[in-house]
Write a protein that binds this ligand. Structure first.
Ligand SMILES: Cc1ncc(C[n+]2csc(CCOP(=O)(O)OP(=O)(O)O)c2C)c(N)n1
Ligand SMILES: [Mg+2]
Length: 555
């Protein structure tokens, strides 16, 4: 077995991934993974994005795969490098994002004998991957070349089959790690450029084929991330008079049936009592909203039907009585209670008036930033939103509009890690501008992700709401534990992100008013580079503002 064998096999593997449809890969430097990263970088059908930090590489690949809906490969060297991919692998598993994780390893004779940079990488990510395979060390016979082509096809297909997710292949690599070029020809690929094995794409069933529930009366639709054909769903809800409670992450918060402010409305007992539905269609993942989740969980006797193409079984309240592995049916002529949608819309309009009075009047507040971004971004933009308050404020305050920008978030494991890198990964595959809404702690956590601006030349507009710590924790009982709250929970840091912008070569703006924010957004998107737009807010005042809004809606 020679280096030529290694490179021949890896060239066939990467060629086959490209034939299957893989367009993007992320590399990170190291010695042991040299054959993998060179083979990826030399594959003409694959764009390879270079990263210094494996954690960033993993999250970048996650963002690219999430935005494109296709598997993205990520490779790293042996040892703790592979462990640094774990957060992104876990997020990909929880959020059903297809990733191909290609780790380099020492060959068997160098394991558990004190060789450098060697850890146990077998099944390193546990049950967070759909498939683990130890590739082994082989000669590049024509049988083995055919086999490694099927391995590539199988890994790619496994990542997207059923519920998409990560696949881990561990590649033991023997020295020498560099081969002499040019490599011999490899005639084992299919002649016409098609994959070695054509795998039928997973089939998602549409509707119920005539069977299943026939709701009438008070039907409600709740839509979250992963909703298939959100525009079609919104149009159907409007045509049929069905209130649509759609998280911005669903893409369905649009049209005349969208009840944008359900998070605020459902906090009132009088409201929930008077709007008790008879049927609920739950489409995609559950929205983040706690009042909505609490309400759904309190309705075990209401017929709740989950349309769940990926078999996720999301139902923390154990109330779903029917689960259909497809998209919801859209029969016309349903017998929906007259005035049912209008009663929701009237309430939603009242909240919008409250927001106009309280939030729009304010200087640049956290709710105002979320609402303005949702209202102003062009339809072709992608809004990536960080966990913590950004994703919640967007859900609470974004109005419905006809053509909302696509909204993405890492909500599989709700982590604040890797957010900048994920947003850059989105930018790598998106056609239009990408805007990231992020808190200061999340930005500080993945500050190294900013390297993608300079090294990869990618464009991203980063709107950081800097309240000097974790503002979300002020909403939780822990805020009362004043002896340790500030230092150990809120974690203020005093960072001024102007310095980060200068260090990483980004443009920087600090708007003071809503009008200045609009201007800064316009400039940043038009300029096409990476801009950090920093907005300073105050955690205590933010809590008060949220309370004031909730009280005004309740009153
Ligand atoms: C990786 C990870 N570590 C810790 C947490 C717990 N956590 C949730 S929100 C948060 C603070 C986020 O602060 P920031 O990004 O500034 O947003 P804000 O709450 O101020 O809106 C933390 C630490 C998490 N979700 N993920
Ligand atoms: Mg913060």
């Amino acid at each position: 077995m020679t280096a030529t064998d290694t490179y021949l096999l890896l060239r066939a593997f990467c060629d086959e991934l490209a034939r299957c449809g893989l367009q993007h890969a992320c590399t990170s430097p190291g010695s042991r993974n040299t054959p993998i990263l060179l083979s990826l970088a030399r594959e003409p059908g694959i764009k390879s994005w270079s990263h210094l930090d494996e954690r960033c590489a993993g999250f970048f690949a996650l963002g690219a795969a999430k935005a494109s809906g296709r598997p993205v490969a990520v490779t790293c060297t042996s040892g703790t490098a592979a462990a640094n991919l774990a957060p992104a692998v876990i997020e990909a598993h929880e959020a059903h994002v297809p990733l191909l994780v290609l780790t380099a390893d020492r060959p068997p004779e160098l394991r558990e004998v004190g060789a450098g940079q060697t850890i146990d990488q077998l099944k390193l990510y546990g049950d967070a991957v759909k498939w683990f395979f130890e590739v082994g060390v082989h000669e590049a016979t024509s049988e083995n070349l055919r086999w490694i082509r099927t391995l590539a096809c199988r890994a790619y297909a496994t990542a997207i089959d059923g519920a998409p997710g990560p696949v881990h292949l561990n590649f033991p690599l023997r020295e020498p790690l560099i081969a002499e070029l040019p490599l011999p020809d490899d005639p084992t690929g299919r002649a016409d450029g098609r994959p070695y094995v054509i795998v039928e794409p997973p089939h998602i069933r549409e509707g119920l084929d005539g069977a299943g529930p026939h709701p009438s009366g008070r039907l409600l639709i709740v839509a979250g991330a992963g909703t298939l054909d959100p525009a079609g769903l919104a149009a159907y809800a409007e045509r049929s008079g069905i209130p649509l409670l759609a998280d911005p992450l669903s893409g369905a918060r649009r049209g005349g049936a969208a009840i944008a402010h359900y998070d605020l409305l459902l906090r009132s007992e009088a409201f929930t009592e008077s709007r008790r539905p008879e049927f609920i269609f739950r489409v995609g993942e559950l929205p983040t909203s706690k009042p909505l989740r609490t309400w759904l969980a309190a309705l075990p006797d209401v017929a709740q039907i989950a349309f769940d193409p990926y078999h996720t079984w999301h139902d923390p309240g154990s109330v779903v009585g029917m689960r259909i592995h497809g998209a919801p049916p859209r029969p016309d002529g349903l017998n929906i209670e007259p005035g049912w949608l209008e009663s929701w819309r009237a309430a939603d309009r009242t909240v919008a008036e409250v927001l106009e009075r309280i939030v729009d009047d304010q200087r640049l507040s956290e709710p105002l930033v979320a609402a303005r971004l949702a209202a102003q971004l062009p339809a072709r933009a992608i809004l990536f939103t960080a966990s913590s308050m950004p994703v919640r404020d967007l859900e609470e305050f974004a109005a419905a509009r006809e053509d909302p920008p696509r909204t993405l978030s890492n909500r599989g494991a709700n982590g604040i890690d890797g957010t900048v890198s994920s947003a850059f990964g989105v930018a790598a595959t998106a056609g239009g501008p990408v805007v990231l809404l992020i808190g200061d702690v999340a930005l500080a956590h993945d500050i190294g992700g900013l390297l993608a601006a300079r090294r990869l030349g990618l464009a991203l507009t980063i709107v950081v709401v800097n309240n000097d710590g974790g503002g979300i924790f002020h909403f939780l009982p822990v805020a009362g534990e004043t002896d340790a709250f500030e230092e150990h929970v809120a974690t203020p840091h005093g960072l001024d992100f102007a310095h980060a912008a200068a260090f990483y070569g980004c443009e920087y703006e600090r708007p003071q008013t809503a009008a200045e924010l609009s201007g800064a957004l316009g400039h940043a998107i038009a300029a096409g580079g990476t801009t950090i737009i920093e907005i300073r807010t105050d955690r205590t005042r933010n809590l008060e503002l949220h309370r004031r809004v909730a009280n005004a809606v309740a009153g």
